[in-house]
Design a protein around this ligand. Sequence first.
Ligand SMILES: CC/C=C\C/C=C/C(=O)SCCNC(=O)CCNC(=O)[C@H](O)C(C)(C)COP(=O)(O)OP(=O)(O)OC[C@H]1O[C@@H](n2cnc3c(N)ncnc32)[C@H](O)[C@@H]1OP(=O)(O)O
Length: 719
Amino acid sequence: MAQYTRVSGFVGLITLQNPPVNALSAPVRQGIVDTVQRALSDPEVKSVVICGQNGIFCGGADIKEFGTDMFGPPLIPMIHAIEAANKPVVAAIEGIALGGGLELALGCHYRIAHSKARLGLPEVTLGLLPAAGGSQRLPRLIGVPAALNLITTGRHVTAAEALQLGIVDQVTDHNTVDAAVKFALRVGGQSLDARRISTYPCPQQPDLDALFEDVMQKVRQSARGAIAPVACVQAVRAAATLPYTQGMEREKELMATLFTSGQARALQYCFFAQRAVGRWKMPNGARWDTSKPRPVHKAAVIGLGTMGRGITVALAQTGLSVIAVESQEKQLMEAKQAVSGMLERGAKRRGVAPVLDRISYSQDIQAVADVDLVIEAVFEDMALKTKVFRQLSAVCKPGTLLCTNTSALDVDQLASETPNPELVVGMHFFAPAHVMKLLEVVYGSRSSPEAVATAMQLGKKMGKASVAVGNCRGFVGNRMLKLYLEQASFLLEEGATPELVDGALEEFGFPMGVFRMSDLSGLDVGWRIRKGEGLVEPGMASGQSARIRQGRRYSPLGDLLYEQGRFGLKTSRGWYQYDKPGSRVARSDPWVHSFLEEYRARHGLVARNIDHQEVLERCLYAMINEGFHILEDGIAAGPEDIDVIYVFGFGWPRHRGGPMFYADMVGLAKVMEKLEHYHQAHPDVPYLQPSNLLRKLVASGSPPIHTWGEVIKKLHSQL
Ligand SMILES: CC/C=C\C/C=C/C(=O)SCCNC(=O)CCNC(=O)[C@H](O)C(C)(C)COP(=O)(O)OP(=O)(O)OC[C@H]1O[C@@H](n2cnc3c(N)ncnc32)[C@H](O)[C@@H]1OP(=O)(O)O
């Protein structure tokens, strides 16, 4: 809807009304068309102001309408009518002007923004381009390089930057609508010839071809297979080289391809999934809207290794007072220096002062006596964590939340070491903890809804996509990852190389293949995890029974590399070789190839040709199948939770929506059939057998992903 009033005698004020973000739904578009017409036909009205209710201009097209039969007036003619008006139209931008919202503002003759407003064309993040004239007007207004930057990244700019770029004409700290009305009164009756952006020539740019070639190359590289950023460059190129009308034709043509693409569906699914995970629920019925978080003002971090340092930074940057505890003096000093460095660099990037004084350091666990929440981040060892939890229970004031950053260990076991197990939850951060956007909040069987709500709220404050998950080995992310890693190793045994496997996964869109990722995180880390699981048996790695552990197929390849001192990047040798320790440029290592050949010969394995398709199916479908087990077990509340975890924590390409969405896109029947095929070929890998839930979904006609919950519910009620 749009409300119309006449203010100050001569100004028609149009207010967009569609909470929460005044998205341009069909009724809003109809409202704009009607009210603009009314203002233009009223002889008393000399100028028009468009604003949004509740301090928000407009969040863009209504994303919920995409993929439905769209009705109501289309955006392009609506914006053209505003631009063509013979009375000045001023956009009063408060809060946000995003996507179609900014395109609407670009159709106005003037734009006035509040100093706290943010503007942008984020369509690319939804697999689209600014196709209501934005790709043609913005370059004409601010020049090609700046428009390319905004449109291909989708980044939001502040009002100050928008003013500097020339997107807005004025910025105010006061009431924006009042300022816009005053402005509108002043410009009423003035010529609008120079105010219609579509009539502007695109600012001249030396060597346009070279500029577009360079940008296209960079965009293709960073897009990792996403098509929208490439289409955005093509659309801006049309603005720079074609008259406006032809540019609009090109914009429409490019949008037509994007609009119905699987990538747009995937990206829009991710948008809503990211928001849906905030509405968490636990199997016992506890949920986000009935559970009250506790206030957290002061927090503590125990253990200042890599994870503890990152968590300390993340907490301090959120505005909390933090006590950072490390029992070893040397470690404490090193950590203090490292944390200060991270805070200073972060502050410099954001143009703010570093918050060093929010952190105090101590070697003594007694220092945490009065904190509201503790995050334990000591070494991944149950005995050590148990000891810390016992100490914390004795030291902390009653009601302190005790959180563990374990990546796989049993949260219930840790909770049982404390007199108040309801106050224990997992807060599983991902390295580097102050950068990575994912947080798994792990509830144990006795965690209180209040404890979960507090951890979820803290995660949100830290800017993390926080997902509540149940307690099992590896929770969601690492439980699925284990099978992905295992399949990759099996493929090496069967004839693949690290380069082939990584090539297939990177072509799929992962920023890094599995072996490059292992080198980065350290082969010693994986070895220690397997040792903790009782899988590493000294002296067994090269023996006859080396390829069977705990009754199942096992690949000791990673253990053998570890035994050679090849820990990855840190030793400049791993699955690849590196010029020097820490260098990130992975080069093929002939040693690894001969090692694999000798290994196969020793174990009587005959190398066969393996193609990219098989790599993807084996690695991804094994992981997806585990995802179905996780849903069946109630560890994740829905497929969105798994997908958000993979997109935000594991580099799953967002334009492919996450593993469960991908399974839906591929077709559940096909995924099941392939799993059956691989299980038949590898009967010693039980997890290749399709899960019960996958079978049930296929038997129910492969319903769309948003309805899987019903099948899961039915499955649970049968148990
Ligand atoms: C035919 C097309 C032709 C022309 C091209 C035009 C295309 C477009 O305009 S595409 C849309 C471009 N706009 C965006 O991408 C903005 C998306 N929204 C956001 O980035 C954020 O929501 C926000 C910055 C606007 C607000 O953030 P925040 O305050 O953190 O709130 P939430 O993100 O939780 O959002 C609240 C609530 O609003 C829903 N929502 C937000 N934007 C839209 C939208 N454009 N359409 C429909 N719904 C929107 C969001 O989903 C939340 O609701 P739920 O929790 O129920 O999911």
